[in-house]
Design a protein around this ligand. Structure first.
Ligand code: B12
Length: 223
């Protein structure tokens, strides 16, 4: 792996915000793709923080600082994300499931969809099931996309699908799910329509979703 990406990983892990900014600029100047900087620099640093948090080697403040550094990294690379000249494809309502405040991955997905032809309504964090449904109805959305990093919050994805079914409006929407603990198997089990492991893969997944009727099959884009 390029040493600059490794340095970015270290800077995220150590919460060195000024260093992150400078290193990211260097990486961009040397032609490294923004998606690679996000995944192999930023996410790699956060994954290490997550592991060490599990092992009680780092604590909540370190996670918070790491998260802030990652947001800075994303702001820096955003203008370099390759935007396609896509025509309007569809409307997505996105948010983090109830109880979940982890918004970095969700915001990456929202940004990727927005630069690739989707109109995105971002409801932010800790979004109650009612709010997803009310907004999708009001905005006449095509896709409802839910992110969960906490296993305690992922349940609300299932709740959303149950509620839509009970209200007789399940087949109006394609439901996309993602986030750390979410897998294609889980997406299938709860009856979602789309799953991808990363934000970049959320774009082809959402595009494929728009070509099928909701509830017919699970569209998965791994990478
Ligand atoms: C940074 C961080 C925080 C920050 C969040 C800052 C922020 N603004 O987001 C803060 C400090 C606030 C935090 C708090 C907590 N955290 Co935390 N956190 C993390 C950490 C280190 C990184 C998360 C992250 O941003 N990753 C980078 C992003 C880019 O990855 P991502 O979110 O997975 O998203 C990618 C994909 O999943 C996908 N994706 C994401 N969403 C979606 C949606 C769709 C539709 C699709 C298609 C794809 C998709 O695309 C993204 C990009 O490719 C993780 C560890 C980890 N490795 O994930 C722990 C982690 C998620 N946290 C954890 C915990 C326990 C907590 C706390 C409960 C700690 C506490 N004791 O208070 C609180 C809970 C707060 C709450 N109510 O939500 C646990 C969760 C355990 C679990 N499975 O339930 C983890 C896994 C750490 C660990 N190993 O124990 N945390």
């Amino acid at each position: 792996m390029s040493s600059i990406l490794h340095e970015i990983e270290e800077a995220i892990y150590n919460g060195e915000d000024e260093v992150v900014g400078d290193l990211v600029q260097k990486a961009l100047d040397s032609g490294i793709a923004p998606e690679e900087i996000i995944a192999k620099g930023g996410v790699a640093g956060l994954d290490r923080l997550g592991e060490d948090f599990n092992n009680l080697e780092v604590f909540l403040p370190e996670l918070m600082i790491g998260g802030d550094c990652m947001k800075l990294l994303i702001e820096k690379v955003k203008p370099y994300l390759s935007a396609e000249e896509d025509a309007y494809i569809g409307k997505v309502v996105i948010g983090c499931a109830k109880g979940d405040l982890h918004d970095i991955g969700k915001s990456l997905v929202a940004t990727q969809l927005a630069v690739h032809g989707f109109e995105v309504i971002d409801l932010g964090v800790d979004v109650h099931t009612n709010r997803f449904i009310d907004t999708a109805e009001k905005e006449n959305a095509d896709i409802i996309a839910v992110s969960a990093l906490l296993t305690t919050s992922q349940y609300y994805m299932e709740e959303l699908i149950k509620r839509l079914t009970e209200e007789g409006i399940r087949d109006k929407y394609r439901i996309a799910v993602g986030g750390g603990p979410i897998s294609a198997e889980y997406a299938k089990k709860i009856g979602a329509d789309g799953y991808s492991r990363t934000a970049s893969m959320a774009v082809p997944m959402a595009k494929r979703l728009m070509k099928i009727e909701p509830t017919k099959e699970l569209v998965v884009e791994q990478d």
